[in-house]
Design a binder for this molecule. Sequence first.
Ligand code: ADP
Ligand code: MG
Length: 466
Amino acid sequence: MAEKVSELGKMTKEHWGAMQDQLSSSVGENNYKTWIAPIDFERIEAGGVAVFTVPTNFFGTYVSQHYGDLLLAKLSLIDSEVSRLKFQVANVDARPRPAAQAAPAQAPAQAQVATPQAELLPSAPLDTRFTFDRFVVGKPNELAHAAAKRVAEGGQVTFNPLFLYGGVGLGKTHLMHAIAHDLKNNRPDLNVLYLSAEQFMYRFVQALRERRMMDFKELFRSVDVLMVDDVQFIAGKDSTQEEFFHTFNALVDQNKQIIISADRAPDEIKDLENRIRSRLQSGLVVDLHPTDYELRLGILQSKVMTYREQYPSLQIDDGILEFLAHRISTNVRVLEGALTRLFAFASLVGQPITMELTQDCLADVLRASDRKISIEEIQRKVAEHYHIRLSDLIGPKRVRNFARPRQVAMYLCKQLTARSLPEIGRRFGGRDHTTVMHGVKRIEELRIKDSQIADDIELLRRALEA
Ligand code: ADP
Ligand code: MG
């Protein structure tokens, strides 16, 4: 049999080597490396079937669909009898295959090219800006960051899965992309697959529809690091959950790293099967806490550094970033958006970024994230904090025991509300706006020198914002 085969084929492994070289210029270097270089030529079988070995069935299917025509055309130049392609997995004999893989192997390549099915494919694109370098670490996210860093080293799998959760815009996706970027550098040998739970479901449904479940399973079971973003999405979607569960188990059994993100903790995701829930909890669960003032300020400062390159001559007044960090506490995406708009606007009108310009340009954002803390609320909390009566806080007495808390309250009113100085003055027993200004200045100075005052303010601010 073997002799007969070799008689038939004029094509040799050397021919194939030369053909691969030619293909590299027609398919591009990346495609060549990914799809053509790993293919080995085996033999020509009776009936003009060119047999190749490939790393996986999925690979064979893909090559047949995307490069089948091209390969056939090239092959027929060397051996005019070649009319079909057959891809078999390395180290596996050409034994009959299950239906799902039979098609690409047997049918003429032309027939498959008609149905493009490229979507069963690798990672979702990564945002190049989402790196560890650009991730600002603070108290609320230091644990998540440390865990992500550890996983990104690509060393031994110590916790599996890593489950990151937190509210919208707190940096989950950023951290996951950062892990993927680092792994690509640290461990280029690893097959890293990042996708959203929605994409997972989409691919799953597509595989079902196209009867390519074997390929789907094979693809997902051949990854070394699987990252699924926003896993809460699969809650209530039963068959997707089921498939996810099997994929998950298969990978954990092989000691492959899995990283999951969600907008809430595993036990808070409704309509999630219990066995999945407990699987998700079995590794390291870390949360990204809502940002605090310091983290927000840090993020703004780091953003400004990157903007400096883009807008080298732009002036930004002192206190603007602090103002924004105070006032926009919802999520980082909104905070970034505000700063981006501010810089674009200021450079457009050719003006420095002043408080006035900021309030103008960001009026809608500031209004939307206005926590509606009232002057009364601030006064009450401050009086409570310093154990004095509200009437003494607002009243005319100038003794230090009342005057200092009063200044703290004025300062907080300026920081946490959108009220003007005259208005604040009126609400403090009809004081003049210069008195308020003086009080605010005084506290700004003291905050730096006097840690007791700084602590008081921080405590009060947290209590008011809560
Ligand atoms: P999530 O996936 O949690 O909803 P993202 O990762 O998409 O949030 O983050 C939203 C935006 O905020 C992104 O532009 C991201 O770069 C930015 N961001 C969030 N946290 C940080 C941080 N700690 N440092 C720098 N940028 C951050
Ligand atoms: Mg996200």
